[in-house]
Design a protein. Structure first.
Length: 316
């Protein structure tokens, strides 16, 4: 008899939760799926897509008044997967998974997590998890295993994050990497009206990268921008990329707009060009929301792309 590994894991954790308080162990997740229309090189299709749906478990325990141990196990779960109707188990992939400790001197974690560079973008990407996610034309959006990451305590809204990626990581090609970032302000723009970060990658996944991110809130409007210069470790050719984003809240609606441009092939699409996106987010409740968005890619070496979707998201 075949037993699904995730089912066993969920059952085991549910048993454990009976012996610990709800404050120390939490199950959480997101289901985000929708109907998407895509037109690439005059070939169109309509599909059901998942947008980084996930399931996770996290917890912490107090060692003493100044020290806590914490962990996270997070998986991406694709409810729209069509490979044997999801029975193969290939619709489950790893996201952030680590163990660490935190105290008055900051926190350190070991395992798999977003690099300091990836974390430095904050919430500036209005098309996050969609077709025009910043990673389509930008390098540096890495979530890597074999990582040790240290974050300083926040002082006057300023903190630093350092990620060390060991050389045995498959993307490091035998060389260790270092990702560092300085961040000022609240990335959610709730505690401060502005967020600014400066980040640098040194030989991380084959890239050297410098990035500056700025985002600010004025009333119901939020404006942001990113400038980045990247260079492959084995090349002297530099790639300049930038992105601007905006949102405007009207009651339960949020209007979204974003434009990104890259003069080199450094992102997921491995091409230079630009992407223009417009969207609307509708809040249904504290946990549920809907999106309608449209994105167009004008690429230099590949056919133009158009994507449009209506999606439903539920967070728990």
């Amino acid at each position: 008899m075949k037993i699904n590994l995730l089912t066993v894991g969920c059952f085991s954790l549910s048993m454990i939760s009976g012996f610990v308080s709800a404050e120390t162990l939490k199950a959480y997740g997101r289901v985000h799926a929708g109907v998407q229309y895509s037109d690439i090189s005059s070939e169109s299709e309509t599909s059901i897509e998942s947008y980084a749906s996930r399931l996770g478990f996290k917890g912490d325990t107090k060692v003493n008044d100044g020290l806590e141990i914490f962990f996270k196990y997070e998986f991406e779960v694709n409810p729209a997967d069509n490979d044997k109707d999801g029975k193969s188990g290939e619709n489950i992939t790893a996201r952030s998974q680590y163990v660490g400790m935190k105290g008055s001197l900051g926190q350190i974690l070991i395992g798999r997590d977003d690099t300091a560079m990836k974390k430095s973008q904050g919430k500036v990407d209005m098309m996050n998890d969609f077709e025009a996610d910043i990673k389509t034309l930008f390098a540096g959006e890495n979530r890597l295993g074999d990582t040790i990451q240290y974050s300083t305590p926040e002082l006057n809204h300023l903190k630093f994050v350092v990620s060390y990626i060991a050389e045995d990581n498959s993307k490091q090609k035998g060389k260790s990497g270092l990702s560092v970032a300085a961040m000022y302000g609240d990335s959610k723009l709730k505690k401060t009206p502005i967020y600014i970060s400066v980040a640098h990658d040194e030989e991380v996944a084959g890239q050297d990268i410098n990035r500056i991110t700025v985002q600010g809130k004025m009333g119901n409007a939020t404006l942001g921008g990113v400038y980045q210069q990247s260079e492959k470790v084995d090349s002297s050719s530099k790639v300049d990329s930038f992105m601007v984003s905006a949102s405007y809240k009207i009651k339960s609606y949020k209007l979204l707009a974003q434009y990104q441009d890259s003069d080199g092939a450094s992102g997921k699409l491995s091409d230079s060009g630009n992407a223009t996106s417009l969207g609307v987010e509708k809040s249904l409740s504290k946990q549920a929301r809907m999106y309608f968005w449209y994105s167009q890619f004008d690429l230099d070496n590949n056919a133009e792309q158009e994507h449009m979707a209506l999606t439903l998201r539920y967070d728990f």
